[in-house]
Design a protein around this ligand. Structure first.
Ligand SMILES: [Zn+2]
Length: 622
C-alpha cells in the first residue's frame, strides 16, 4: 500500500471517529463520556491510524484520548449555542489527561495538540444532526469561519442542495441581515444560480436590499445587477450596480463586476476607463493579494477582449479553452478533397475517403445548424450543450481540421457562444486556416483559376468561410488588412462565384471606385444590369467618375426614375431613419432599402463630390 492510500485510509477513519464523537455529544454525552468512548473503541474503529503509532510512545488508548480531547475542544457545542468550550488544562504536576499516569508537564504538555479544526467538527456534527435541526444554527454563536469553510467545501463538491438547506434558515423571517453573515448570503445566492432557482435568487437579493446592513445590501444589489445583465437590461443593470457601490463602497469585487458588465454589454470604451480607475484605486491599497485583479484590470485598459478571453480560460469554461488548445495544435493544412473540374468550374468539393469517413463521425456528434439556402450566415448555440463529444473527435481525428464543413460548423458555433471576446479571438485563425486550405486545395487540384460555385451545396461551407473572412476583414482598422479583404471579396465576385450576388457585387464596385479603379468598376457593374437599386446608383457613380458622362447620366436618370426613394434619401441632408418592419433583410422599393444605401454609400458619393451632380439630374428629371 502506498503512502497516499495509507493517508486516505487514516483520513477516512478520522472522519468516522468525528461523526461518532459529534453524534454522542449531539445526543447529550459529556466530555468525559465522549472522550472515553473514543479512547475505548478508537483502536477497533481506526485500525490504520492505530497501526501507525509507535508502540514505545505508550498505550494506544492514550493516543485516542488525546484525539478525543482535541475533538471536544474544536466542536461547536449544540448545548452552548454552538460555541466552542475548551477543556481546562491540568496543573503542571497533575496526572496527564491522556491516562499515561505521568505528570502533565512530562507528558502531553510538551506535545502539539492533535490537528483538528472546528470546520472538521462542524461538518461531522452536521452529518450526524437530522436536517430538520439544521435551522438551530441560524443566527447562533457558531464561528462564521467554520460555517464558511464547510459551505465552501460543499460548494466545491457540488453539494449545492446541502448548502441551500443549511443556509436558507439564516435569512428567513424579518430580522436584519447582518454584515457578519454577508459571505454566507453570497454563497446561498450563488447556490441558487447553480441550482437554477431564479425566483428564490431574486427574492433573497431583494430581502438583502430591504433588510440588510450595508455589505449585505451591496451583495443584494450586485446580484440584481447580474440578473438584469443576464436579461439584457443593461441600463437597469448599471443602476443596480451603482446602488451596490453606494451601499458598499469598499467592496473591491464591485469594480471588477462593473468592468465585466460593461464589456459584456459592449461598452468597451467605458469599460477601459473604469478599469483604469479601479486599477489605480486597488493599487493604492498596496495589497499583494490584489495583484491578479490589478493585472487583469490593466489588461482591460490595453485590450478588453483579450482580458475577457483570459477570464474565460481561467473561469473554467472548459469547452472554449479546449477548443482553443486543439486549434493551436491543429496539424498543418493538407488537401483531402477530390475535384472533377468541368466547364470552367471546380465542381463540387468532394472529400476523399479518409476525410469522408471522419466527417460521418463528426456529423453524428456535432449538432449542425447551417443557414438556409439564401442566407449567408447564422449562429449555433446548441453546439455548446454537449461540446465534449465533438471536442473529443477533434482531438482523436485531427484530420477534421482539414474539412471546410468542420471549420464552418465551428465558426457558426462560436457566433452562437454569446461571448464577443471568444469570437474575436478564435474566429480569425479559423478563417485564416480556411483561406489557406482553400488555396491549397485549388492548387493541388489544378483549379486555381476556376469558378467555385454556390450552386453546389458541397461548396457552401468553403465559400461561406471565404466570404466571412472578406466581410470581417473589410471592417478592420488596418488599411493593409482592409485591402487584402477587398481583394478576396473581388476574387469571390469576379472569379469564384459570379452567378450569386450575396450583396457583394455592389460592395466590390464601390471598392473599385474608391481605389481609383473606375474603369474596372464600370466593367463589373455593366455585367449585372438586373441588379437592383444599389447597383444601379453605384454604376452611375462609377461611370461619372470614369468620365463616361453621357452613359452616366442615362444610368443615373433611369435609377432615379426606377428607385426614387433611394435617390431622395441619398440626397437628403438629414433624413429620418425608417423603422424596421420586423422582418429580416429589406424589401426592394422600401424606405429601409433607401436608408441602407445611404448609410453605406453616401460617404463615397460625398468624397467624390458627386452628390451635387446627382441632385442636378434629379431636379432636371422631374
Ligand atoms: Zn499525556
Amino acid at each position: 500500500m502506498d503512502i497516499d492510500n495509507e493517508m486516505q485510509e487514516g483520513m477516512d477513519e478520522l472522519h468516522l471517529l468525528i461523526i461518532l464523537f459529534a453524534g454522542q455529544v449531539w445526543r447529550g454525552a459529556t466530555a468525559e463520556e465522549a472522550i472515553g468512548h473514543i479512547a475505548k473503541y478508537g483502536e477497533l474503529l481506526a485500525p490504520a491510524m492505530a497501526d501507525q503509532l509507535d508502540p514505545a510512545a505508550g498505550p494506544k488508548a492514550s493516543f485516542f484520548r488525546i484525539v478525543g480531547r482535541a475533538m471536544w475542544n474544536n466542536l461547536p457545542q449544540p448545548a452552548q449555542d454552538f460555541r466552542l468550550t475548551k477543556l481546562s488544562e491540568p496543573g503542571r504536576n497533575d496526572p496527564c489527561f491522556c491516562g499515561s499516569l505521568r505528570k502533565y508537564k512530562h507528558c502531553c504538555a510538551r506535545m502539539p495538540e492533535f490537528p483538528i479544526v472546528p470546520a472538521m467538527m462542524l461538518e461531522g456534527l452536521l452529518e450526524t444532526m437530522p436536517r430538520k435541526h439544521w435551522n438551530k444554527l441560524a443566527g447562533s454563536s457558531i464561528g462564521r469561519d467554520s460555517m464558511l469553510q464547510v459551505v465552501l467545501m460543499w460548494q466545491q463538491e457540488d453539494c449545492h442542495e446541502k448548502v441551500a438547506a443549511l443556509l436558507e434558515p439564516w435569512f428567513k423571517g424579518e430580522g436584519a441581515i447582518k454584515n457578519v453573515d454577508a459571505d454566507l448570503l453570497d454563497i446561498l445566492l450563488e447556490s441558487y444560480v447553480v441550482l437554477d432557482r431564479p425566483r428564490k435568487r431574486k427574492s433573497l437579493a431583494q430581502a438583502a436590499i430591504a433588510r440588510g446592513e450595508n455589505v449585505a445590501r451591496g451583495i443584494g444589489w450586485q446580484r440584481i445587477a447580474l440578473m438584469e445583465a443576464e436579461a439584457g437590461n443593461d441600463d437597469a443593470s448599471r443602476r443596480a450596480l451603482a446602488e451596490a457601490q453606494r451601499a458598499d463602497p469598499d467592496n473591491l469585487n464591485l469594480g471588477l463586476l462593473e468592468v465585466h458588465l460593461l464589456i459584456t454589454s459592449g461598452n468597451t470604451t467605458m469599460a477601459q476607463e473604469r478599469a483604469k480607475f479601479w486599477a489605480m484605486r486597488l493599487a493604492k491599497l498596496n495589497d499583494p493579494d490584489l495583484h491578479d485583479q490589478i493585472a487583469w484590470l490593466r489588461e482591460v485598459v490595453l485590450n478588453p477582449q483579450a482580458a475577457m478571453m483570459q477570464m474565460t480560460r481561467k473561469g473554467g469554461d472548459d469547452s472554449i479553452a479546449e477548443l482553443e488548445k486543439l486549434l493551436a495544435d491543429a496539424p498543418p493544412i493538407a488537401c483531402h478533397y477530390r475535384l472533377k473540374p468541368s466547364d470552367g468550374s471546380t465542381g463540387p468539393f468532394a472529400p476523399d475517403a479518409k476525410l469522408g469517413k471522419a466527417l460521418k463521425d463528426w456529423n453524428a456528434a456535432f449538432p449542425s445548424d447551417p443557414p438556409s439556402l439564401t442566407w449567408m450566415s447564422t449562429w449555433n448555440e446548441a453546439a455548446w450543450d454537449d461540446a465534449d463529444a465533438w471536442l473529443a473527435l477533434l482531438r482523436e481525428q485531427p484530420l477534421l481540421w482539414n474539412s471546410f464543413e468542420v471549420l464552418d460548423d465551428l465558426v457558426i458555433a462560436l457566433d452562437g457562444c454569446g461571448m464577443s471576446w471568444v469570437r474575436d479571438e478564435l474566429i480569425p485563425p479559423l478563417l485564416e486556416r480556411a483561406l489557406a486550405l482553400f488555396d491549397l486545395v485549388l492548387e493541388k487540384q489544378g483549379t486555381a483559376q476556376l469558378k467555385c460555385e454556390w450552386g453546389w451545396h458541397e461548396n457552401r461551407p468553403a465559400l461561406r468561410l471565404l466570404a466571412r473572412k472578406a466581410v470581417d476583414g473589410m471592417e478592420s482598422s488596418d488599411q493593409e488588412e482592409r485591402d487584402a479583404a477587398f481583394g478576396l471579396m473581388r476574387r469571390f465576385v469576379e472569379q469564384l462565384n459570379p452567378h450569386d450576388n450575396h450583396g457583394f457585387r455592389v460592395r466590390v464596385v464601390a471598392g473599385l471606385i474608391e481605389r481609383g479603379l473606375a474603369a474596372e468598376a464600370t466593367a463589373l457593374a455593366a455585367r449585372y444590369p438586373d441588379d437592383l437599386a444599389d447597383m444601379q446608383y453605384t454604376y452611375a457613380l462609377a461611370l461619372h467618375v470614369a468620365g463616361q458622362e453621357a452613359k452616366a447620366r442615362e444610368v443615373a436618370l433611369s435609377a432615379l426614375q426606377e428607385y426614387p426613394k433611394v435617390g431622395k434619401i441619398l440626397l437628403a441632408e438629414s433624413p429620418r431613419k425608417p423603422r424596421k418592419d420586423g422582418r429580416e433583410g429589406y424589401t426592394p422599393g422600401s424606405d429601409e432599402e433607401a436608408w441602407l444605401y445611404r448609410d453605406e454609400h453616401r460617404p463615397l458619393w460625398e468624397k467624390l463630390g458627386a452628390l451635387a451632380w446627382l441632385a442636378e439630374l434629379a431636379r432636371k428629371g422631374r
